[in-house]
Design a protein around this ligand. Structure first.
Ligand SMILES: NC(=O)c1ccc[n+]([C@@H]2O[C@H](COP(=O)([O-])OP(=O)(O)OC[C@H]3O[C@@H](n4cnc5c(N)ncnc54)[C@H](O)[C@@H]3O)[C@@H](O)[C@H]2O)c1
Length: 317
């Protein structure tokens, strides 16, 4: 069976590629190696994948001509590529073009794959809005351009499924962390600040934010379970995340404990668009795909610190 993973050189996409190789799939991936964050991290991920026989195409999903030479015999597509997160450095056009327009072109390409059995869209809890503590039937109320553009992308995918042109589902992920986490995200940034002895920039009020921090291994296991059960998922939305919630303050304390070092903070004004609370409601995932996240936050953070020391410290010195 042949699978295509978009955003394969990124944080979660690279783990998904390794997981599917382990499961015996023939894995190809697309990435445009966007410079939204340090491109050398993505090159490092792609190199690891190529050693495991993953075919990596350097293509931009927003460019129609970049689809021309791609194979068209994929059985499954996993769509991770996009502009993630909430950042002052990302414009409306960055979110719109990478999340919405790119998805539209990828869908057109996917329709040309005659073997295609299922298209998995990777959605986000940011679609729900200020709080993300709901079941999948809740009306989305996103509060950021990121959330709005991911909602639009999800609806593009599901509209094709509803009109029976494509079999597809959307998996909404919650605060994913672990080895290879993006440098703009909480834990990699905390570990980096501690290692470089720099102050960690903390947005006002964010210590109290609650998150369903979910270990990346539990996410790719959940997506693999979705693949096993793909025939039950057409037109469905499924939440994938941890049911345990922790505050950012608790997360910082865990990292301090693991590193044995106090992290100095630099307080910044409140950031617009941040969610106050996320807690994954995963009854549907438990029922349909037997999803069962296992790794505790402390255990997952120990793995992330270990990864950072092994792969990231040489880049700092
Ligand atoms: N990390 C999280 O906590 C989280 C939570 C919920 C949902 N998600 C979703 O998971 C997906 C992956 O997130 P991530 O954290 O791994 O981010 P990431 O930035 O590490 O990975 C995305 C990858 O997509 C590539 N890409 C972006 N635009 C592209 C384009 N136009 N053409 C080809 N490649 C392109 C980037 O170069 C990058 O390597 C995203 O869709 C994100 O919305 C992530």
């Amino acid at each position: 069976m042949r699978v295509l993973i978009t955003g394969v050189a990124g944080f979660i996409g690279s783990h998904m590629a390794e997981k599917l190789v382990d499961l015996g799939y023939q894995v190809s991936g697309i990435d445009n190696f966007s410079d939204y964050y340090n491109v050398s991290l993505k090159r490092q991920n792609a190199e690891i994948l190529q050693k495991r026989n993953v075919e990596v195409f350097e293509k931009d999903l927003r460019k129609p001509e970049d689809y021309r030479d791609l194979p068209r015999d994929f059985d499954f597509v996993f769509h991770f590529a996009g502009r993630p997160g909430i950042s002052a450095n990302s414009s409306f056009d960055d979110y719109f073009s990478n999340n919405v327009y790119a998805t539209e072109l990828l869908l057109n390409f996917s329709l040309q794959n005659k073997n295609l059995k299922h298209f998995f869209n990777i959605g986000t809890s940011s679609i729900y809005g200020r709080e993300a503590t709901f079941t999948e039937t809740e009306v989305p109320r996103p509060v950021s351009n990121y959330g709005v553009s991911k909602l639009a992308a999800e609806q593009l995918v599901l509209s094709l499924a509803r009109s029976e042109k494509l079999k597809a589902s959307s998996l909404r992920l919650y605060s994913v962390y672990g080895p290879r986490e993006r440098p703009d995200k909480l834990y990699t940034k905390l570990i980096e600040c501690a290692s470089k002895d720099e102050k960690f920039p903390l947005f006002e009020g964010s210590e109290e934010h609650l998150r369903s921090f979910t270990y990346v291994g539990d996410i790719v296991d959940g997506i693999s379970q979705a693949l096993t059960n793909y025939e039950k998922l057409n037109t469905e939305i499924i939440n994938l995340g941890s049911e345990e919630e922790f505050s950012t303050r608790e997360g910082i304390q865990f990292i301090e404990e693991i590193l044995g070092k106090k992290i100095r903070l630099k307080h910044l004004p409140r950031r617009a668009g941040d969610q106050l609370r996320t807690r994954a409601k995963i009854e549907k995932a438990r029922e349909i795909i037997a999803y069962d996240p296992k790794i505790s936050l402390y255990e997952g953070l120990e793995k992330q610190v270990q990864w950072y020391k092994e792969f990231m410290m040489p880049q700092i010195s």
